[in-house]
Design a protein around this ligand. Structure first.
Ligand code: HEM
Ligand SMILES: *[C@@H]1O[C@H](CO)[C@@H](O)[C@H](O)[C@H]1NC(C)=O
Ligand SMILES: *[C@@H]1O[C@H](CO)[C@@H](O)[C@H](O)[C@H]1NC(C)=O
Ligand SMILES: *[C@@H]1O[C@H](CO)[C@@H](O)[C@H](O)[C@H]1NC(C)=O
Length: 319
């Protein structure tokens, strides 16, 4: 073959091949002709839900993480255990009695399928747009969401059981993210999502009472609702001072040793990620820019495109 003796042609051929195969074909304009109102429909639903209950925003952001980190961004997380073949991720250690936003996703899906029958818009894309809109509504940054994901026909409860743990040390957290193709810095920037939302007492109690890197004032306030025994499901804000503002307040709190969970404070505990925390605590623009890029990268994890998967009619069950 001539091209083997012709390096530029070979390189060009490989480039085209690589660009076609690797770039999962997601595109921000995926629904431009098939459902041009999709983004507006999601945005207005997310906005009014957050106006009613600010906690909705945090739930949607976390839903995106838990969808993408388990197998991939394929809405596997939304499947109920309504078939023997579905071991619902909703029942996993990390998600049970914890993950939310499902009703709102259903509501958005119904509205989208009414506006654009088919169905046209996938449940996995709804999660991705809703997470971005939540960040915007809570005062964070905006990024263009690549679209065109399709929905899985399976769930993976085992993998959901292995989502990063709040009891892990820094090295484990870094490994959890590098295993998925993220740098330690991207792990730190994605963790900035903990500037909003809540966690249960049972998940931060040990850090609160036994942690070595814990600021006393914030800890004492938190202890009043999270005693050394009892109140396991009592919630505390991940960010002590501005729990519903998406921003670099998370990093400023870590520097003050006010991280709620062990995994939070590990990011600033004398280890290799301290400098990233310092940078983001001082530079909101750097945080926002890097966060948007990392969310796009998170949204590219193992997506189903082309004729793989399906566009679900009901986000809770396969077609
Ligand atoms: C670095 C590793 C991470 C660990 C160990 C972790 C762990 C946790 C835990 C244990 C909770 C509380 C759950 C409960 O009380 O039931 C939580 C909440 C939350 N997480 Fe993470 N998380 C991590 C990374 C992320 C990432 C990458 C995102 C999104 C980009 C995220 C978004 C959230 C949000 C928004 C909440 C609040 C949810 C709500 O208020 O309902 N987390 N996380
Ligand atoms: C995170 O690391 C722990 C400890 O090695 C492991 O048990 C868990 O499966 C990992 N989770 C992910 C998502 O990589
Ligand atoms: C503190 O650590 C000790 C020893 O590991 C443990 O027995 C105890 O339950 C911990 N206290 C809290 C409140 O978690
Ligand atoms: C849990 O929180 C509720 C509401 O803030 C509070 O009334 C209750 O005393 C708390 N439980 C414990 C054991 O502190």
């Amino acid at each position: 073959m001539a091209s083997y003796r012709n390096p530029p042609a070979l390189v060009f051929f490989l480039f085209i091949l690589f660009a076609t195969v690797s770039h999962a074909q997601l595109s921000p304009s995926f629904y431009a002709t098939t459902c041009s109102s999709a983004a507006d429909i999601v945005q207005s639903a997310v906005r009014s839900a957050i106006n009613r209950d600010k906690g909705t925003g945090a739930r949607l952001i976390r839903l995106f993480f838990h969808d993408c980190f388990v197998v991939g961004c394929d809405a596997g997380v939304l499947l109920d255990a309504n078939l023997p073949s579905i071991d619902s991720e909703k029942n996993s250690i990390s998600n049970e009695n914890s993950l939310g936003g499902f009703d709102l996703i259903d509501k958005i899906k119904t509205a989208l399928d009414k506006a654009c029958p088919g169905p046209v818009v996938s449940c996995s894309d709804i999660i991705a747009i809703a997470a971005r809109d939540s960040v915007v509504e809570l005062g964070g940054t905006r990024w263009e969401v690549p679209l065109g994901r399709r929905d899985a026909r399976t769930a993976n409860r085992n993998e959901a059981d292995n989502l990063p743990s709040p009891f892990s040390d820094l090295q484990v957290l870094i490994k959890n993210f590098t295993d998925k193709g993220f740098t330690a810095k991207e792990m730190v920037v994605l963790s900035g999502a903990h500037s909003v939302g809540v966690a249960r007492c049972s998940l931060f109690r040990d850090h609160l009472y036994n942690g070595t890197n814990v600021e006393v004032t914030a800890a004492n306030e938190r202890k009043s609702k999270c005693p050394s025994t009892g109140g396991d499901d009592n919630l505390s804000n991940l960010d002590h001072q501005s729990p519903n503002r998406f921003g670099n307040n998370y990093y400023q709190a870590l520097i003050k040793r006010r991280g709620l969970m062990h995994s939070d404070q590990e990011l600033f505990n004398g280890g290799s990620t301290d400098d990233f925390v310092k940078t983001y605590s001082q530079d909101s623009q750097a945080f926002f820019a890097d966060f948007g890029n990392a969310m796009i990268k998170l949204g590219n994890l193992n997506t189903l495109t082309g004729n793989k998967g399906e566009i679900r009619t009901n986000c809770r069950k396969i077609n």
